[in-house]
Design a protein around this ligand. Structure first.
Ligand SMILES: Nc1nc2c([nH]c(=O)n2[C@H]2C[C@H](O)[C@@H](COP(=O)(O)OP(=O)(O)OP(=O)(O)O)O2)c(=O)[nH]1
Length: 131
C-alpha cells in the first residue's frame, strides 16, 4: 500500500488549505499540503519535507486525523495534524496557485479534491473548540 500524506496545519481557529495549479483536471481544487512518501522516509518526514517544498515552513507533525481515504488501487490519502514550528511564519504558495487559512464556517464551501471531502468531518473536529 502506498501512502499520500497530508498535513492538517491548524493555527488559531483556522486550517491551511492550498489550491492546486496542476494537472488541468484538478487545477483550482483545494487540498492539504503533502504528497508521496518517498522510499526511506517516515510519513512524518515526508510531511515535513513537503511543507518546506510547498510552503517554505517547518512543521511539527502530530496525531492522525480521520481514516485513510482510498485514492486508487494500492494508494490512500492519510492525514496528520500539524503545527507551524514558528507560529508567526508566513507560509507561501511555492508550488500552488494560492493558500488560504480557513475557519470552520468556510470549510464546507471550498472546492476540495474529492478525497478531501471525506475528511471534512474530521477536519471540523480539529477546529471545534478552538477559540
Ligand atoms: N498533497 C495532497 N494530495 C492529495 C490530497 N487529496 C488528494 O486526492 N490528493 C492526491 C492528488 C495527487 O494525485 C496525489 C498527491 O500528489 P502531489 O502532487 O501532491 O504529490 P507529489 O508531490 O508527491 O507527486 P509528484 O509531484 O511526485 O507526482 O494525491 C491532499 O489533500 N493533499
Amino acid at each position: 500500500m502506498r501512502v499520500i500524506v497530508g498535513a492538517a496545519i491548524v493555527r488559531g481557529d483556522a486550517l491551511l488549505a492550498q489550491q492546486r495549479a496542476y494537472p488541468p483536471e484538478v487545477a483550482g481544487r483545494w487540498e492539504l499540503p503533502g504528497g508521496r512518501v518517498e522510499p526511506g522516509e517516515t510519513e512524518a518526514e515526508a510531511l515535513r519535507r513537503e511543507c518546506v517544498e510547498e510552503l517554505g515552513v517547518e512543521v511539527t507533525v502530530g496525531d492522525r486525523v480521520g481514516d485513510d481515504v482510498p485514492l486508487r488501487a494500492n494508494l490512500v490519502l492519510r492525514v496528520y495534524a500539524a503545527s507551524l514550528d514558528d507560529p508567526s511564519a508566513q507560509p507561501k504558495a511555492l508550488e500552488h496557485t494560492g493558500i488560504r487559512w480557513i475557519n470552520a464556517s468556510a470549510l464546507d464551501e471550498l472546492a476540495w479534491l474529492p478525497a478531501d471531502l471525506e475528511l471534512l468531518p474530521a477536519l471540523h473536529g480539529l477546529l471545534v473548540g478552538v477559540p
